[in-house]
Design a protein around this ligand. Structure first.
Ligand code: SF4
Length: 463
């Protein structure tokens, strides 16, 4: 017999417990076990006035945002709707069935107001990281560093040359992202003189701090970079930093993050794994000489020649006599005569140039393979060459091969960030907006990681 639903929806009172309607296996249940915001209210107290209209509860805002970033719900309007309708989301937010959900515009105003000033997102990120450390998920032995470009919320067809005068004050006046950018310019260049190096570059009038880049290949667009420092034991993100999408900025973020993690958590890795971009000489020197970290990074080296002539690697370095020896056994020196005032010979590129003697080269049988078009051979040696040699020596070890495999953990985190968390384009503008989004996404990724890593252990212990 065909069944028929009653269709009665007029019952006034129900015996209903939200708790019972959230499946045991729901991701939010696992996350909730490890997500503790007890200290947040205390941290934020100084930023809230004791008088006036009460704001949206900061804990509710953070819980809603964590839901948004865990499940790829990036629109604030949609997030408020989803929390209103989804029982599991209500349960995670500590809301009962008849509790009010904040209006999306109030939510947005609160999110961009006190939260920005209070650094609440970093506070929450670090709280989750501390939980990961307590649970033994952070080894502190090996870290990996990498960056990924994320599109900014800026129309690629609307860019103008930086030199062109932009009427920032048109319409309702400059936006938050524009004000932030102008304040940054003011700080960097108080005299207000135009920076000619930037004059020809493309700038977005809606998000001028976003970088015009074609780095990932394909047509150029406006973007920021998210930089991850990842512990290699369980793939936990130990720090995250937003930068403009420039390689030099990404490399500089490494120092910021390694120093910050050391200062806040007393963690300094024994090895740092990265790609060739991090193998530039000053960076390697910083790792080896200043931080005493083993650089598991390929050396950025452009000295190899492709025209079958001898490369710098074919010359032997003699530290004690401060000279190279060519394959014919002759010396290449930085100075061939004594100077009254000793010089350091360091170039702007932080190298010292070593030259052969014209008399040695004039009748050399190897000249055609060494310097066929010049009377002498020159080799530019980095002042950080000893640190580059440390990295080169490490590259042949078995541990280095393991580090190359470990690096995939960071690549997987970026793939997850874009495919699952759907953070392939930012919704907030300005470097602060990018920082907020990257911090929240990294917090969500660590929470998901923690729940996947620890739940099976907890369940088997309980069985
Ligand atoms: S050309 Fe000069 S530097 Fe090159 S191998 Fe001959 S002597 Fe040495």
């Amino acid at each position: 017999m065909m069944g028929q639903q009653g269709g009665r929806q007029d019952q006034l009172f129900y015996a209903f417990r939200l708790e019972e309607h959230v499946p045991r296996s729901h991701l939010l249940r696992a996350i909730d076990r490890f997500f503790d915001l007890a200290e947040l209210r205390q941290h934020l107290a100084a930023f809230y006035s004791h008088t006036g209209r009460p704001s949206v509860d900061p804990e509710l805002m953070i819980r809603m945002l964590i839901i948004g970033y865990c499940f790829g719900i990036r629109s604030e309007r949609r997030l408020c709707e989803e929390v209103r309708l989804n029982l599991a989301y209500r349960w995670f937010c500590r809301l009962d069935l008849d509790d009010e959900i904040p209006d999306h515009s109030t939510f947005s105003k609160n999110r961009h107001g006190r939260f920005r000033q209070s650094d609440a997102f970093r506070h929450v990120f670090e709280g989750v990281l501390r939980s990961c450390m307590r649970e033994g998920m952070v080894g502190g032995e090996g870290f990996a560093i990498d960056a990924s470009v994320v599109k900014a919320d800026a129309n690629r067809a609307r860019g103008v040359p930086r030199s062109e005068l932009i009427e920032w004050s048109k319409g309702d006046g400059p936006s938050r992202a524009v004000l932030e950018y102008l304040e940054g310019l003011e700080r960097a260049n108080p005299s207000g003189e135009e920076d000619s190096s930037n004059a020809a570059k493309n700038v977005s009038p809606t998000d001028p701090a976003a970088q015009w880049t074609a780095a990932p290949g394909g047509p150029a667009f406006y973007a920021y970079s998210t930089n991850y420092l990842v512990d290699l034991r369980a793939g936990v993100i130990v720090d995250v930093e937003a930068t403009t999408a420039l390689r030099a900025q990404e490399v500089a973020a490494t120092r910021t993050m390694v120093d910050r993690v050391e200062e806040r958590f007393d963690l300094t890795p024994r090895r740092l794994v990265g790609d060739t971009a991090y193998g530039v000489a000053p960076m390697l020197n910083w790792m080896v000489q200043e931080k005493h970290i083993a650089p598991h990074v390929p050396v950025w080296d452009k000295t190899a020649r492709k025209d079958d002539t001898l490369s710098a690697a074919d010359f032997d370095w003699h530290e004690e006599s401060n000279e190279y020896r060519c394959p014919e056994g002759h010396a290449l020196r930085s100075d061939w005569r004594p100077f009254k005032n000793p010089r350091d010979h360091i170039t702007k590129a932080d190298t010292i140039v070593y030259r052969s003697s014209a008399s040695d080269c004039a009748h050399c049988p190897t000249k055609q393979r060494c310097c066929p078009n010049t009377p002498i051979r020159k080799i530019a040696r980095s002042i950080y060459e000893s640190s580059r040699d440390v990295a080169r020596a490490l590259a042949s070890t078995a541990e280095y091969a393991r580090s190359r495999r470990d690096r995939k953990k960071v690549e997987m985190l970026f793939a997850h960030l874009k495919r699952i968390l759907k953070l392939d384009r930012l919704r907030l503008r300005g470097i602060t907006g990018a920082q907020d989004e990257f911090l929240l996404a990294a917090t969500a990724q660590n929470l998901r990681r923690m729940s996947k890593w620890l739940m099976p252990k907890l369940e088997s212990a309980a069985a």
